[in-house]
Each structure stands twice: as C-alpha cells, then as structure tokens.
Design a protein around this ligand. Structure first.
Ligand SMILES: C[S@@+](CC[C@H](N)C(=O)[O-])C[C@H]1O[C@@H](n2cnc3c(N)ncnc32)[C@H](O)[C@@H]1O
Length: 258
C-alpha cells in the first residue's frame, strides 16, 4: 500500500511539474500578448496622427510629385507640418538646414508658394546630397534650394565632428529659419550640439530654430546646454512623434514688442 502511494506520488509530481511548466508558458505568453497589444494600440494612435499630419501637409504644400518616403530616417509628417507651417506663415527669406531630404523638398516648396526665399541645406553624405538634388529637380524646385556638400570635420571649437562650413558664404545674420535634423546620432554623443555655437552668428536677430528628435536623451541634453550657453533663444517643446523643439531668438523682437 505504502509502495503504491509512493509510485502514485511520483507520477503526481511529474504531472504537477508538467502542469506548472505549461502554466508558466501560458503566463509568459499572456504577458507578451498584453505588451504587444499596448504597443499596437500606441502605434495605431501614432499612425493615425501621422496620417492626419501627412494629409494636412499635402493640403498645405500641394507637392507636384509624391513626397519622398517619410518617417524612419526621414522626418515625420508632424515635424514637416510644423516647419512647413512656419515657412508659410512667417515667410522666411533664407532657411538653413542641417541634413537634407524630404524636409528640403517641403521647405523649398513652401518658399516657391510664398514666391520668394531660398533654402540652403548642409549634407554630409554625397549620395544623399545627390538624391535630394534629384528630388528637388523632379519637383521643379531646383531654383528654390541648394544642397551644399558639407563633410563632417573635426571641430576644434566644440570637440564634436560637424558639418564643414566651407561651402557656406559667411553672411552674418543671413538666415531667419534654421532646421536641425542632422548629423545622425551615431556621429557623436551630442552630434547636434555644435549647430548653435557654429551657426548663431549667421542667424538673424529674430530667427526661429526647429530641432527634430527632441524627445531623445541626447537632444534633451543638447537643449539643456544651449539653454545655459544661449540666453537669447526661448525654447518650447512641441508634441511630435519624435519630439520637436522650437527656439525663438529674441521673441520680443519677433512679436514687435521691442
Ligand atoms: C535624420 S536624417 C535627415 C533627414 C532629412 N532631414 C529628411 O527630412 O529626409 C540625417 C542624415 O542621415 C543620413 N541618412 C538619411 N537617410 C538615411 C538612411 N536611410 N540610412 C542612413 N543614413 C541616412 C543623411 O546623411 C541625412 O543627412
């Protein structure tokens, strides 16, 4: 009798262990499904926001051809809508851009619609520079934007590799809008920090700056450093899928209060 109980207990134990193993697998799967459904819900909300921004962008800039593929490496529709809205409303005469692509096409189209102005885009990668020039030609926008080959060079002033400014004329206060979407984050820990130290003298007194990817840790650190180094720029964070920071230089001048 004692023997049978032992044999039964051994079998029960195996069944129990097997059942526990299965329960654990079910538990893990349930957790994964819950996490995936939260991600899917977040992504579908974001997708809707980007589709809405894309449709608004198309209505605003009415491009002659389909725009280059957006999101991922390219700017997202909500960021492009922000910069296009400013380019249309404030009608800047000279726009400077760090990194070329879809953003160059959108900004050039805004200036074409405005009837005046020019975009200068610094691009470190010759292949992407050529790709943007081709897009500009296809859109009939070659006269509205210039893509400048600007290899990343060691920078003694900031200690971070950044765009060579050799192809850019030294014209103090020339640009009234600056869009920063490069260099890529892989270049250096604070790859975009040099933008203000290197370009502030070329920006007008009421220049407006847009920084893409402002939700990233590196860009937040860059914004913090700019806040301590440049007291004439007022920073505002705007909701965009990758984060967007808008910096208004001397906002009182722009408001006509000075
Ligand atoms: C964030 S992207 C710039 C995107 C650009 N402002 C636009 O709206 O399309 C920054 C830089 O990454 C590089 N780049 C662009 N697309 C890339 C890709 N698919 N793979 C690797 N690098 C890329 C280019 O040199 C570009 O200047």
């Amino acid at each position: 009798m004692e023997h049978a109980l032992f044999a039964l207990s051994g079998l029960d134990l195996l069944v129990c262990l097997y059942a526990l193993h299965k329960i654990r697998l079910i538990h893990i799967s349930t957790f994964n499904i819950e996490a995936a459904s939260v991600t899917a819900a977040r992504e579908s909300t974001q997708l809707y926001a980007q589709i809405q921004a894309y449709l608004d962008l198309l209505r605003l800039v009415e491009p002659a051809r389909p725009l280059p593929t957006l999101r991922g490496w390219a700017a997202s529709p909500d960021f492009l809508l922000r910069i296009a809205g400013h380019a249309r409303d404030a009608a800047p005469q000279r726009i400077l851009e760090c990194s070329s692509g879809a953003s160059t096409v959108v900004l050039a189209r805004c200036l074409q619609l405005n009837g005046s102005g020019h975009v200068v885009s610094l691009e470190n990668d010759p292949a992407f520079a050529e790709q943007t020039r081709t897009s500009l030609r296809m859109h009939g926008l070659a006269d509205w934007a210039t893509v400048v080959d600007a290899p990343l060079v060691a920078n003694a002033a900031t200690g971070t590799p950044w765009y060579s400014l050799e192809g850019l004329t030294d014209d103090p206060g020339a640009f009234d809008m600056l869009v920063i979407d490069g260099p890529p984050r892989t270049v250096a820990p604070l790859a975009r920090h040099p933008a203000l130290p290197m370009l502030s003298s070329r920006l007008s007194a009421a220049c407006v700056v847009f920084l893409d990817d402002a939700d990233r840790v590196e860009e937040r650190a860059t914004l913090q450093r700019w806040a301590t180094e440049f007291h004439d720029f007022a920073q505002t964070l705007l909701p965009c899928e990758k984060g967007c920071a808008r910096l208004d230089r001397n906002p009182k001048i722009a408001d006509g209060k000075l």
